[in-house]
Design a protein around this ligand. Structure first.
Ligand code: ADP
Length: 264
């Protein structure tokens, strides 16, 4: 009697193993496909500005540009395009560092208000250019959060640069901090910009995802900013999300762990 039961168990186990194998195969296929897509995206994003640099340099070398204004405009374009390349490389470098998980993850106690103030100082010129007013609403007596300050400032910069970029002149950005629960604080960053449709909201945290409208050469982003922000926030044990309405504005929120004295 035991025989058939053991046999049935064995068959069940093999069946189970088969399923797991299939699952991991399809996982490998998926990650292989996304790796290919990643490489294709990177090549495209490098090739476009490089081609443009090449053609402008050639035009200058040919000596066909005799008008000094045009000459300056060509040089300016070359500078802009090389900046795009260097931003892209910088973003890719950050992502690969985060992916490898090799950087020392050593968070420490920081107060959100000082992180936010430092981030805003960094963005002063962009804010000034678009005459954007930033209102910071701090909840009183919030405890410190446990973060790596440079990484966390990168998160705020990435979210705020988008908020500035996708807002009209003279609009307003509101940053609000609050206590989410016993273990997390929450930061809301709201803009009155062009907003993101429900469909696009599902994808904005994916690598290289840009909403179609923003896929134009004057907009330098490679679609990596929010995926970098998400990776960093999750590395800290927090979450990131979005609420938005097309043509009304967007709110990005993040949760960050409260610093505990017994840590480290
Ligand atoms: P990018 O480098 O293109 O800004 P991100 O990952 O930072 O890439 O953002 C992805 C896309 O999400 C952007 O291209 C833009 O279309 C959209 N997006 C991000 N933030 C906002 C915002 N505050 N308002 C409107 N659209 C936004």
């Amino acid at each position: 009697e035991e025989g058939p039961i053991e046999f049935r168990q064995l068959a069940k186990n093999i069946n189970e193993m088969n399923k797991q194998l299939e699952e991991s195969f399809s996982q490998i296929k998926r990650s292989e496909a996304s790796r290919r897509e990643l490489v294709a995206n990177i090549s495209h994003d490098l090739r476009t500005p490089l081609a443009s640099i090449q053609s402008f340099v050639e035009a200058l070398q040919d000596g066909i540009v005799d008008d000094p204004k045009t000459y300056d405009r060509y040089l300016e374009t070359i500078k802009l395009e090389s900046n795009r390349i260097s931003y892209l490389i910088n973003d890719l470098f950050q992502l690969s560092e985060l992916d490898s998980g090799q950087e020392n993850f050593e968070p420490d106690a920081y107060h959100l208000d000082s992180l936010i103030v430092e981030t805003l100082q960094h963005l002063a010129i962009q804010l000034e250019e678009k005459q954007i007013d930033v209102e910071v609403l701090m909840s009183d007596h919030l405890p410190a959060v446990s973060v790596m300050p440079e990484k966390m400032k990168r998160v705020f910069v990435n979210i705020l640069e988008n908020a500035i970029r996708f807002s009209d002149k003279n609009s307003k950005i509101v940053i609000q901090t609050s206590r989410e629960n016993d273990t997390f604080l929450k930061v809301n960053i709201s803009d009155q910009g062009q907003g993101i449709s429900d469909e696009n909201q599902k994808h904005v945290f994916e690598r290289f995802y840009r909403v179609e409208k923003s896929r134009n050469p004057s907009h330098g982003g490679a679609g990596l900013g929010l995926s970098i922000a998400k990776t960093i926030v999750e590395r800290h044990g927090g979450e990131i999300g979005i609420e938005s309405r097309l043509n009304e504005g967007s709110t990005f929120w993040i949760t960050l762990p409260i610093y505990r004295n017994d840590e480290g």
